[in-house]
Write a protein of this length. Structure first.
Length: 252
Protein backbone atom coordinates (compact mmCIF):
# COMPACT_ATOMS: atom_id res chain seq x y z
CA UNK A 1 0.00 0.00 0.00
CA UNK A 2 1.10 3.56 -0.73
CA UNK A 3 0.38 6.26 1.84
CA UNK A 4 -1.27 9.38 0.37
CA UNK A 5 -1.08 12.71 2.25
CA UNK A 6 -2.98 15.80 1.06
CA UNK A 7 -2.42 19.15 2.76
CA UNK A 8 -4.96 21.94 2.26
CA UNK A 9 -5.71 25.30 3.93
CA UNK A 10 -8.53 25.76 6.44
CA UNK A 11 -8.88 29.45 7.42
CA UNK A 12 -5.43 30.37 8.83
CA UNK A 13 -4.28 26.81 9.29
CA UNK A 14 -3.32 23.84 7.18
CA UNK A 15 -4.95 20.47 7.54
CA UNK A 16 -3.53 17.13 6.36
CA UNK A 17 -5.70 14.22 5.27
CA UNK A 18 -4.12 10.83 4.72
CA UNK A 19 -5.25 7.75 2.86
CA UNK A 20 -3.79 4.60 1.39
CA UNK A 21 -3.75 3.56 -2.25
CA UNK A 22 -3.17 -0.01 -3.44
CA UNK A 23 0.06 -0.63 -5.31
CA UNK A 24 -0.86 -4.04 -6.78
CA UNK A 25 -3.90 -6.12 -7.69
CA UNK A 26 -3.42 -8.26 -4.58
CA UNK A 27 -4.03 -5.23 -2.33
CA UNK A 28 -7.41 -4.32 -3.82
CA UNK A 29 -10.66 -4.82 -1.96
CA UNK A 30 -13.74 -6.03 -3.83
CA UNK A 31 -15.18 -2.50 -3.83
CA UNK A 32 -11.97 -1.02 -5.23
CA UNK A 33 -11.73 -3.66 -7.93
CA UNK A 34 -15.30 -3.03 -9.04
CA UNK A 35 -14.50 0.71 -9.18
CA UNK A 36 -11.54 0.00 -11.48
CA UNK A 37 -13.69 -2.18 -13.70
CA UNK A 38 -16.36 0.51 -13.87
CA UNK A 39 -13.96 3.24 -14.96
CA UNK A 40 -12.46 0.95 -17.60
CA UNK A 41 -15.98 0.36 -18.88
CA UNK A 42 -16.62 4.13 -18.91
CA UNK A 43 -19.28 4.11 -16.19
CA UNK A 44 -17.36 5.53 -13.21
CA UNK A 45 -16.66 9.27 -12.68
CA UNK A 46 -12.94 9.93 -12.10
CA UNK A 47 -13.30 11.61 -8.72
CA UNK A 48 -15.49 8.87 -7.31
CA UNK A 49 -13.01 6.29 -8.57
CA UNK A 50 -10.04 7.99 -6.90
CA UNK A 51 -12.02 8.45 -3.71
CA UNK A 52 -12.87 4.76 -3.50
CA UNK A 53 -9.27 3.76 -4.14
CA UNK A 54 -7.75 6.07 -1.52
CA UNK A 55 -10.48 6.63 1.05
CA UNK A 56 -10.15 10.41 0.56
CA UNK A 57 -13.43 12.29 0.02
CA UNK A 58 -14.62 13.24 -3.45
CA UNK A 59 -15.06 16.81 -2.27
CA UNK A 60 -11.36 17.10 -1.48
CA UNK A 61 -10.37 15.27 -4.67
CA UNK A 62 -12.14 17.92 -6.74
CA UNK A 63 -9.96 20.62 -5.15
CA UNK A 64 -6.71 19.05 -6.30
CA UNK A 65 -4.72 20.61 -9.12
CA UNK A 66 -3.96 18.74 -12.33
CA UNK A 67 -0.39 18.18 -11.14
CA UNK A 68 -1.58 16.75 -7.81
CA UNK A 69 -3.98 14.42 -9.61
CA UNK A 70 -1.13 13.33 -11.85
CA UNK A 71 1.03 12.51 -8.82
CA UNK A 72 -1.85 10.54 -7.33
CA UNK A 73 -2.34 8.56 -10.53
CA UNK A 74 1.37 7.72 -10.52
CA UNK A 75 0.85 5.90 -7.23
CA UNK A 76 -1.66 3.53 -8.84
CA UNK A 77 -0.03 3.21 -12.26
CA UNK A 78 -0.08 -0.61 -12.07
CA UNK A 79 -3.68 -0.46 -13.32
CA UNK A 80 -2.78 0.82 -16.77
CA UNK A 81 0.39 -1.17 -17.35
CA UNK A 82 0.49 -3.33 -20.48
CA UNK A 83 0.51 -7.08 -19.89
CA UNK A 84 -1.29 -6.75 -16.58
CA UNK A 85 -1.90 -10.09 -14.90
CA UNK A 86 -3.17 -11.47 -11.62
CA UNK A 87 -3.57 -15.14 -10.74
CA UNK A 88 -6.59 -15.02 -8.41
CA UNK A 89 -10.16 -13.74 -8.32
CA UNK A 90 -10.51 -10.63 -6.17
CA UNK A 91 -14.27 -11.21 -5.98
CA UNK A 92 -14.14 -14.70 -4.48
CA UNK A 93 -17.86 -14.93 -3.69
CA UNK A 94 -20.68 -13.40 -5.70
CA UNK A 95 -22.72 -11.16 -3.36
CA UNK A 96 -26.19 -12.47 -2.59
CA UNK A 97 -25.43 -15.98 -3.85
CA UNK A 98 -23.62 -19.16 -2.81
CA UNK A 99 -21.36 -19.09 -5.87
CA UNK A 100 -17.63 -18.98 -5.14
CA UNK A 101 -14.67 -18.43 -7.43
CA UNK A 102 -12.13 -21.04 -8.49
CA UNK A 103 -9.02 -21.31 -6.37
CA UNK A 104 -6.05 -19.02 -7.14
CA UNK A 105 -4.23 -19.92 -10.36
CA UNK A 106 -7.35 -21.82 -11.48
CA UNK A 107 -6.08 -24.59 -9.24
CA UNK A 108 -9.35 -26.56 -9.15
CA UNK A 109 -10.52 -26.00 -12.74
CA UNK A 110 -10.94 -29.06 -14.94
CA UNK A 111 -10.13 -28.98 -18.63
CA UNK A 112 -13.78 -29.53 -19.50
CA UNK A 113 -14.83 -26.57 -17.35
CA UNK A 114 -12.09 -24.46 -18.92
CA UNK A 115 -13.41 -25.26 -22.42
CA UNK A 116 -16.92 -24.06 -21.57
CA UNK A 117 -15.61 -21.01 -19.71
CA UNK A 118 -13.43 -19.96 -22.63
CA UNK A 119 -16.21 -20.48 -25.14
CA UNK A 120 -18.70 -18.26 -23.28
CA UNK A 121 -16.00 -15.71 -22.43
CA UNK A 122 -15.05 -15.33 -26.09
CA UNK A 123 -18.75 -15.07 -26.99
CA UNK A 124 -19.12 -12.23 -24.52
CA UNK A 125 -16.01 -10.43 -25.79
CA UNK A 126 -17.35 -10.59 -29.32
CA UNK A 127 -21.02 -9.79 -28.73
CA UNK A 128 -21.14 -8.09 -25.28
CA UNK A 129 -24.47 -9.85 -24.82
CA UNK A 130 -25.57 -10.24 -21.20
CA UNK A 131 -26.62 -13.87 -21.71
CA UNK A 132 -23.09 -14.79 -22.78
CA UNK A 133 -21.71 -12.97 -19.72
CA UNK A 134 -24.08 -14.86 -17.40
CA UNK A 135 -23.23 -18.23 -18.97
CA UNK A 136 -19.52 -17.44 -18.70
CA UNK A 137 -19.82 -16.76 -14.96
CA UNK A 138 -22.09 -19.79 -14.47
CA UNK A 139 -19.38 -21.95 -16.06
CA UNK A 140 -16.73 -20.56 -13.73
CA UNK A 141 -18.32 -19.87 -10.34
CA UNK A 142 -19.84 -22.88 -8.55
CA UNK A 143 -21.24 -23.49 -5.09
CA UNK A 144 -18.84 -24.80 -2.44
CA UNK A 145 -17.65 -28.36 -3.23
CA UNK A 146 -19.85 -28.48 -6.37
CA UNK A 147 -18.36 -30.34 -9.33
CA UNK A 148 -18.66 -28.76 -12.74
CA UNK A 149 -21.52 -30.06 -14.87
CA UNK A 150 -22.31 -28.37 -18.16
CA UNK A 151 -25.99 -29.22 -17.72
CA UNK A 152 -26.30 -26.85 -14.74
CA UNK A 153 -24.96 -23.78 -16.57
CA UNK A 154 -28.35 -22.58 -17.82
CA UNK A 155 -29.96 -22.99 -14.39
CA UNK A 156 -27.13 -21.18 -12.58
CA UNK A 157 -27.12 -18.41 -15.18
CA UNK A 158 -30.72 -17.57 -14.25
CA UNK A 159 -29.56 -16.81 -10.68
CA UNK A 160 -26.46 -14.95 -11.83
CA UNK A 161 -28.40 -12.57 -14.08
CA UNK A 162 -29.92 -11.05 -10.91
CA UNK A 163 -26.46 -9.96 -9.70
CA UNK A 164 -25.40 -6.34 -10.19
CA UNK A 165 -23.99 -5.86 -13.70
CA UNK A 166 -20.89 -4.08 -12.34
CA UNK A 167 -20.03 -7.21 -10.34
CA UNK A 168 -20.49 -9.45 -13.37
CA UNK A 169 -18.36 -7.24 -15.60
CA UNK A 170 -15.69 -7.09 -12.89
CA UNK A 171 -15.51 -10.89 -12.85
CA UNK A 172 -14.98 -10.91 -16.62
CA UNK A 173 -12.27 -8.27 -16.27
CA UNK A 174 -10.62 -10.35 -13.53
CA UNK A 175 -10.70 -13.44 -15.75
CA UNK A 176 -8.86 -11.45 -18.41
CA UNK A 177 -6.09 -10.76 -15.88
CA UNK A 178 -5.91 -14.46 -15.03
CA UNK A 179 -5.76 -15.42 -18.71
CA UNK A 180 -2.79 -13.11 -19.16
CA UNK A 181 -1.13 -14.80 -16.16
CA UNK A 182 -1.88 -18.19 -17.75
CA UNK A 183 -0.34 -17.07 -21.03
CA UNK A 184 2.87 -16.18 -19.21
CA UNK A 185 2.95 -19.61 -17.53
CA UNK A 186 2.46 -21.50 -20.81
CA UNK A 187 3.90 -19.23 -23.52
CA UNK A 188 4.31 -22.07 -26.03
CA UNK A 189 0.61 -22.83 -25.91
CA UNK A 190 -0.56 -19.21 -25.97
CA UNK A 191 2.19 -17.84 -28.21
CA UNK A 192 -0.24 -16.49 -30.81
CA UNK A 193 -1.91 -14.30 -28.17
CA UNK A 194 1.09 -13.50 -25.98
CA UNK A 195 2.17 -10.48 -27.99
CA UNK A 196 -1.28 -8.85 -27.84
CA UNK A 197 -2.42 -9.77 -24.34
CA UNK A 198 -4.10 -7.10 -22.21
CA UNK A 199 -5.99 -7.00 -18.94
CA UNK A 200 -9.24 -6.73 -20.92
CA UNK A 201 -8.76 -8.00 -24.50
CA UNK A 202 -10.82 -6.56 -27.30
CA UNK A 203 -13.00 -8.80 -29.46
CA UNK A 204 -10.62 -8.34 -32.40
CA UNK A 205 -7.85 -10.01 -30.40
CA UNK A 206 -9.88 -13.15 -29.75
CA UNK A 207 -10.79 -15.99 -32.06
CA UNK A 208 -14.51 -16.15 -32.74
CA UNK A 209 -14.71 -19.67 -31.40
CA UNK A 210 -12.62 -21.40 -28.78
CA UNK A 211 -9.96 -23.73 -30.18
CA UNK A 212 -9.89 -25.73 -26.95
CA UNK A 213 -12.62 -28.10 -28.10
CA UNK A 214 -10.46 -29.12 -31.07
CA UNK A 215 -7.55 -29.75 -28.70
CA UNK A 216 -9.83 -31.83 -26.48
CA UNK A 217 -10.96 -33.94 -29.44
CA UNK A 218 -7.34 -34.55 -30.46
CA UNK A 219 -6.48 -35.66 -26.92
CA UNK A 220 -9.40 -38.08 -26.77
CA UNK A 221 -8.83 -39.49 -30.25
CA UNK A 222 -10.39 -42.95 -30.50
CA UNK A 223 -10.51 -43.41 -26.71
CA UNK A 224 -14.18 -42.47 -26.51
CA UNK A 225 -14.84 -44.69 -23.48
CA UNK A 226 -12.61 -42.42 -21.35
CA UNK A 227 -13.90 -39.16 -22.83
CA UNK A 228 -15.30 -37.97 -19.48
CA UNK A 229 -12.01 -38.73 -17.74
CA UNK A 230 -10.14 -36.45 -20.13
CA UNK A 231 -12.63 -33.68 -19.40
CA UNK A 232 -12.04 -34.08 -15.66
CA UNK A 233 -8.27 -33.64 -15.94
CA UNK A 234 -6.83 -30.50 -14.34
CA UNK A 235 -6.43 -27.70 -16.88
CA UNK A 236 -2.81 -27.34 -15.74
CA UNK A 237 -2.15 -31.06 -16.30
CA UNK A 238 -3.37 -30.67 -19.89
CA UNK A 239 -1.42 -27.45 -20.52
CA UNK A 240 1.77 -29.03 -19.14
CA UNK A 241 1.20 -32.06 -21.37
CA UNK A 242 0.66 -29.88 -24.43
CA UNK A 243 3.79 -27.89 -23.61
CA UNK A 244 5.87 -31.06 -23.39
CA UNK A 245 4.43 -32.35 -26.68
CA UNK A 246 5.23 -29.02 -28.32
CA UNK A 247 8.84 -29.26 -27.13
CA UNK A 248 9.13 -32.86 -28.32
CA UNK A 249 7.85 -31.98 -31.78
CA UNK A 250 10.19 -29.00 -31.97
CA UNK A 251 13.20 -31.30 -31.31
CA UNK A 252 12.26 -33.69 -34.10
Amino acid sequence: MVTIAIEYPVLFFKRTVTGKAPSSWAELTRRQFVAISRILNGTEPDFRFLSQLTGISKKLMKKLSSYELFQLSEAIDFIGQAGNSHSAFIINRIPGTDFVSPKPKLGDITFGQFIFTESYYNDWLETKEVDALNNFIASLFLTQDEKFNSETIACNAIKIKLVDLDIRQSIAFNYGLILTWLQKCYPLIFQDKAETSHAMPSPNEQTKQSQWLKIFESLVGDDLINRDRYAELSVHAVLRYLTNKYKENARQ
